[in-house]
Design a protein around this ligand. Structure first.
Ligand code: IPM
Ligand code: MN
Length: 356
């Protein structure tokens, strides 16, 4: 029997409820496909602060590193908003990404035909959109030194080295080869030196991938093009902060931020999480959409464990429930046949995934 260990980090807000649904679905498909997953829970964010005083206790990093993959919900909330930056929940997540060296954050954006009316954009603009944001995750302005807040002056540093750009660019080109062979690199090279280095380095890497088309665009233009004509994109390659912003924008193409999964990968470890946050305002009401987390679990099966069939089952099941008109509250006004709770959505996906 194939056996895997997964570190489960539920986190805060809606984190615990959406992770529970992902586990439900993973358990259903593992039975069908004949493998076993053992879970180890670990604390992060506000949940960790409440127990240990730290947003990421050392034990969490140990557990994460000792498992075959990490499945993570969400962190943060008003309760911890006024803590100093190094004690905030977000700092815990950034430290976890850094400790696991997961430099490549893959955020696929698919528009489900069933939800074409759910977006604020016109269906004819969206139909067939299928793009992937490849975001550099452990460098750039999030981590650059020096940084500080001193009296009336505060600063951060946006820095990239050629090595950092090279390794993320390679990931983007490799994936583009398996998709539609187009990479759009997003920067601000008309203003920033760090973006000029980004662009020069991406050009160098592109020489090894002559079968992939490369285009460079500025971040402001990218933000506009993404809603003007999203189908022009295949793989969007970008740095940490631009990728953070563009991926939230891109989520609206699909109709709800509650749908988009992500995989963060490096040489060794893999961290799987929805792109949305902890949504404290809707926590514990049974209305959160668990699909982004369930789809992240499918990415984990595919990328980390090569359990392609189990991943396919989950992805098909998600399409099926949407097709049949089951909707959580975020999508309840769009062709809903039945509005279901977080847990009912998880059970439906688990059930369909087992039947396929
Ligand atoms: C995300 C989040 C995080 C980020 C926050 C919570 C630190 O917005 O995963 O996109 O900015 O990376
Ligand atoms: Mn974000």
């Amino acid at each position: 029997m194939r056996k895997y260990t997964v570190a489960l980090i539920k986190g805060d807000g809606i984190g615990p409820e959406i992770i529970d649904e992902a586990v439900k679905v993973l358990d259903a498909v593992s039975v069908k496909e004949g493998f076993e997953i053992a879970y180890k829970e670990a604390l992060l964010g506000g949940a960790a602060i409440d127990v240990t005083g730290e947003p990421i206790p050392p034990e969490t990093i140990e557990i994460a590193k000792s498992c075959d993959a990490v499945l993570f919900g969400a962190i943060g909330g008003p309760k911890w908003d006024n803590l100093p930056r190094d004690k905030r929940p977000e700092t815990g997540l950034l430290k976890l990404r850094k400790a696991l060296e997961v430099f490549a954050n893959l955020r696929p954006v698919q528009v489900y035909d069933e939800l074409l009316n759910a977006s604020t954009l016109k269906p004819e603009v969206l139909k067939g959109t299928d793009l992937l944001v490849v975001r550099e995750l452990i460098g750039g302005i999030y981590f650059g030194q020096p940084r500080g807040y001193e009296g009336d002056r505060a600063y951060n540093t946006m820095v990239y080295t050629k090595d950092e750009v090279r390794r993320i660019a390679k990931v983007a080109f490799e994936i583009a080869r398996k998709r539609n062979r187009k990479v759009t690199s997003v920067d601000k090279a008309n203003v920033l030196e760090v973006s000029q280095l980004w662009r020069d380095t991406v050009e160098e890497v592109a020489k090894e991938y002559e079968d992939v088309r490369l285009e460079h665009i500025y971040i402001d233009n990218a933000a506009m093009q993404l809603i003007r004509d999203p189908r022009q994109f295949d793989v969007i390659l970008t740095g940490n902060i631009f990728g953070d912003i563009l991926s939230d924008e891109a989520s609206m193409l699909s109709g709800s931020i509650g749908l988009l999964p992500s995989a963060s990968i490096g040489e060794k470890y893999g961290l799987y999480e929805p792109i949305h946050g902890s949504a404290p305002d809707i926590a514990e009401q049974g209305i959160a959409n668990p699909i982004a987390t369930i789809a992240s679990a499918a990415m984990m099966l595919r990328f980390q464990f090569s359990e392609e069939r189990a991943a396919d089952r989950i992805e098909q099941a998600i399409k099926q429930v949407l097709k049949e008109g089951y909707r959580t509250k975020d999508l309840s006004s769009f062709d809903a046949k039945e509005v279901v709770t977080t847990s009912e959505m998880g059970s439906l996906i688990a059930q369909y995934a087992s039947q396929i």
